[in-house]
Design a protein around this ligand. Structure first.
Ligand SMILES: C[S@@+](CC[C@H](N)C(=O)[O-])C[C@H]1O[C@@H](n2cnc3c(N)ncnc32)[C@H](O)[C@@H]1O
Length: 253
């Protein structure tokens, strides 16, 4: 039945609030630490570098990065998640949190490293918008700067999609339905509690590895290596994740 349900193009403006943090509570600081450790093992980041956690959510990666680094910025569109991030701050400095749409960076500084972690890309309804994000990333990276994107592996998702599920978290009874159509993976999330019923949708483009590498390449960011999980195993068709480390190409002019 869900296959016939469309998705609202701006679904991402509604879903990333309080309920998102409840449904994805297993994506916590411990999970974030594994990815940050993989990043630290693979690229050298000096303590003065400027780092951007793009689509930072409640800042779980930004806070870990700021343990080693004074100039961490987290950008996100969700007022609720940014507010949660602000509550965790223990001083007025790093990380700094900024509310903006990832297509329109509000910065006049450039970064040594930009991160897009835990499937925070592929949300828009057309590839021009995805390219716009890649172009903003490229424009805001210093020459030789790194871009790290942690995305799902579409082959793994196709082979392992669980079409429906039911679970209890806190005072919510959660029903989830998942399906693939038009090159996107969709999830319909029904939340029931004593306060009533809420429904949200997620809809993410299933970028193939080469397609994502090509999109980044067109924006001037060249993929250098891809890992298949947070432990650092190589990417293959059966990997759960697709973690691409890409480098801004030097401007030769
Ligand atoms: C899957 S969550 C990941 C959050 C964070 N990276 C993490 O790992 O906890 C995706 C994030 O993208 C943000 N987001 C969605 N659309 C956005 C947009 N157009 N511009 C900026 N952020 C956006 C959401 O608010 C949400 O915090």
């Amino acid at each position: 039945m869900s296959q016939t349900i469309g998705y609202k193009k701006s679904w991402y403006k509604e879903w990333f609030g309080e309920e998102y943090l409840t449904v994805y509570q297993h994506r916590d600081d411990k999970d974030a630490r594994r990815l940050i450790e993989l990043i630290h093992r693979n690229i050298q980041i000096n303590p003065d570098s400027y780092l951007l956690d793009l689509a930072c959510g409640n800042g779980r990666h930004s806070f870990l990065l700021s343990k080693f680094n004074r100039n961490v910025v987290g950008l996100d569109l969700s007022a609720h998640l940014l507010n949660e991030a602000q509550k965790r701050k223990i001083n007025h400095e790093s990380p700094a949190f900024v509310r903006a749409d990832m297509r329109y960076f509000p910065f006049n500084i450039k970064f040594e490293v930009i991160f897009s972690l835990f499937t925070s890309f592929g949300y828009f309804d057309d590839d021009e918008k995805h390219f716009k994000v890649a172009a903003e990333i490229s424009d805001s990276l210093k020459d030789d700067g790194w871009f790290v994107i942690d995305y799902f592996n579409p082959d793994y998702v196709k082979a392992n999609l669980v079409s429906s599920g039911h679970r209890m978290i806190e005072n919510y009874e959660i029903f989830e339905e998942r399906w693939i159509s038009n090159g996107r993976v969709h999830k319909l999330i029904h939340l029931h509690s004593s306060e009533g019923e809420k429904k949200f949708i997620e809809s993410v483009k299933m970028f193939e590895h080469d397609e994502l590498v090509s999109l980044l390449g067109k924006a001037g960011i060249a993929a250098k290596k891809t890992f298949g999980n947070y432990s650092g195993e190589s990417y293959s068709k059966s990997s759960k994740r697709m973690i691409i480390f890409a480098k801004k190409e030097m401007n030769e002019s």
